[in-house]
Design a protein around this ligand. Structure first.
Ligand SMILES: *[C@@H]1O[C@H](CO)[C@@H](O)[C@H](O)[C@H]1NC(C)=O
Ligand SMILES: *[C@@H]1O[C@H](CO)[C@@H](O)[C@H](O)[C@H]1NC(C)=O
Length: 177
């Protein structure tokens, strides 16, 4: 009996690791079609190309060797290699990004609602456990949302004066995501 409970707990613990990734694919591959006109069936958000028509190019992406342009407010730029750029690995639950930073540049605190991320700092590449990890930048979401979160609420939540919140909300009206 105890061993059954242990097994159940172990399974639960294991299952919790799988929460932040894409569901298992139902087929060997599903090259994503870039067609937004068809609507009705969704497999991980993208339609599958007829497997007979898949080509090697569907699985090829180049450009991660090219430094991005960091001349912007954040001093950083993210180059994506996800399902939007490389349709072949659609449903495989993986994507890559290249991160470039200017001196003192940064990528603001954020979360990926659909993925866990492994960052390899030395070469500034990150692998993500989703074909389309999504990104929620905390400051933009809290201060730049539309419609805005009430400055009364944010003043209490952030423990600052309402004027400070109004100033920050005005700064975040521009989209820097
Ligand atoms: C980088 O972006 C800035 C601002 O958009 C632009 O002025 C500059 O020409 C770009 N540099 C390169 C090398 O593309
Ligand atoms: C799919 O379409 C979008 C929007 O038109 C475009 O930015 C993207 O590069 C396309 N992706 C592929 C793999 O063709």
């Amino acid at each position: 009996m105890t061993s059954h409970i242990l097994v159940a707990l172990a399974l639960l613990a294991f299952a919790s690791f799988a929460l932040a990734s894409d569901p298992n694919p139902l087929q060997d591959f599903c090259v994503a079609l870039n067609d937004t006109k068809l609507d009705g069936v969704f497999v991980n958000g993208k339609f599958c190309k007829d497997p007979k028509l898949a080509t090697a190019e569907d699985f090829f992406f180049s450009g991660l060797n090219i430094p991005g342009n960091t001349s912007n407010q954040l001093g950083s730029v993210v180059t994506f290699a996800n399902v939007a750029q490389i349709p072949g690995p659609n449903t495989f639950g993986v994507s890559l990004v290249r991160l470039d930073y200017a001196p003192n540049g940064l990528i603001p605190p954020h979360t990926h609602p659909r993925a866990s991320e492994i960052l390899t700092k030395a070469v500034a590449f990150a692998g993500l456990s989703s074909q389309n990890p999504g990104v929620i930048t905390i400051a933009n979401s809290v201060l730049g949302s539309n419609p805005p979160i009430s400055d009364y609420v944010l003043a209490i939540a952030l423990q600052v004066d309402k004027k400070v919140v109004d100033y920050l909300q005005a700064e975040f009206k521009m989209d820097i995501n």
